[in-house]
Design a protein. Structure first.
Length: 317
């Protein structure tokens, strides 16, 4: 018989997928969905507040960044904006802590993958019907945003394909669905021509496959695989040092058809270095830099509207 705990666990899992979907998508109704999910988890956190706070303060790695964001209100040129962004960050961290003590890690990973798969399926028509060389957005501000949201679907589907356990009937049902999600997701990432998504998905899938091969082989075979990998890396390093005149990162960028400025990212990284040197200790205030004169100029350099969210392509910067 189903008890109350099982019902709440199922509801938590469904709302977690709902939260991931609302936080990752850019449809016109995303804000309303996110507020509904936020309301649910705020109530759940209030009910389990002791355990949530204990988890939150259990490690400085969890509370340090939200605390710094909140304190930066004191020197931010846009205090109201920084306060709102800091509170959003704190609530997000508290929700993550709620996930940590209420759910298994495998369920959280699966929920993230399901949300990404839903985004993929809701946008697959745009991917399939886009003309050659045509940039499709699929409900997002940019194709790179779409590709980054689809990447978790590919990675999670590949992981479950490699390590799926259970009855034969369950695997018979799950394998075709997982293969479809992984295949369509890979196709969408390639069509989006997002080098970052391609590299991230490719590296993750290669690691998953390598881990599966390593786990299913004998100790002797494992030793041979490790030796082959080390030998290959050594040969590559020797070849690069002795005769290579190109930087490895440049070769990778050329292979993916990307310019060596990373589509102008090196310019904004230079601007980031200048901004950090101006206020190296306290910074400019959480999320406030983009509303200062220099921040607006950086956005204009990247053809981004002043009211759009933006970053230096590095969260810590």
């Amino acid at each position: 018989m189903v008890n109350r705990r099982q019902v709440m666990d199922g509801l938590d899992l469904a709302m977690m997928v709902f939260w991931f979907f609302a936080a990752s998508s850019q449809f016109s109704y995303t804000a309303q969905l996110l507020m509904a999910a936020l309301g649910y988890f705020v109530l759940r956190i209030a009910f389990h507040w002791r355990t949530v706070l204990r988890t939150f303060f259990s490690s400085f790695a969890i509370w340090l960044v939200p605390a710094l964001a909140l304190v930066s209100v004191l020197w931010s040129p846009e205090r109201a904006l920084t306060l709102r962004a800091a509170l959003q960050l704190i609530v997000t961290a508290l929700i993550a802590c709620y996930f940590a003590f209420r759910m298994k890690l495998s369920h959280v990973i699966a929920g993230f993958g399901v949300a990404a798969a839903i985004i993929l399926m809701m946008n697959i028509q745009g991917v399939l019907t886009a003309g050659e060389g045509q940039m499709f957005r699929c409900g997002f501000d940019h194709k790179n945003f779409f590709a980054s949201r689809v990447t978790p679907a590919v990675i999670v589907a590949a992981a479950f394909l490699a390590y799926l356990r259970g009855p034969l009937w369950l695997r018979a049902l799950a394998v075709p669905v997982l293969a479809l999600v992984a295949g369509l997701g890979a196709f969408a990432i390639i069509r989006a021509e997002s080098a970052t998504a391609m590299i991230a998905a490719g590296a993750a899938v290669a690691a998953i496959v390598g881990g599966w091969v390593f786990a299913t082989r004998s100790l002797d075979t494992r030793g041979r695989l490790v030796s082959a990998a080390v030998a290959g890396a050594a040969l590559g390093a020797v070849g690069d040092v002795s005769g290579g005149r190109e930087e490895p990162i440049d070769l990778v960028l050329d292979a993916f058809g990307k310019d060596r400025s990373l589509t102008g990212r090196t310019q904004i990284w230079a601007a980031a270095q200048t901004a950090i040197e101006e206020r190296p200790v306290l910074g400019h205030g959480y999320q406030a830099f983009w509303w200062t004169r220099d921040g607006v100029l950086v956005k204009q350099r990247q053809f981004v509207r002043p009211d759009q969210p933006f970053y230096f392509h590095n969260t810590f910067l």
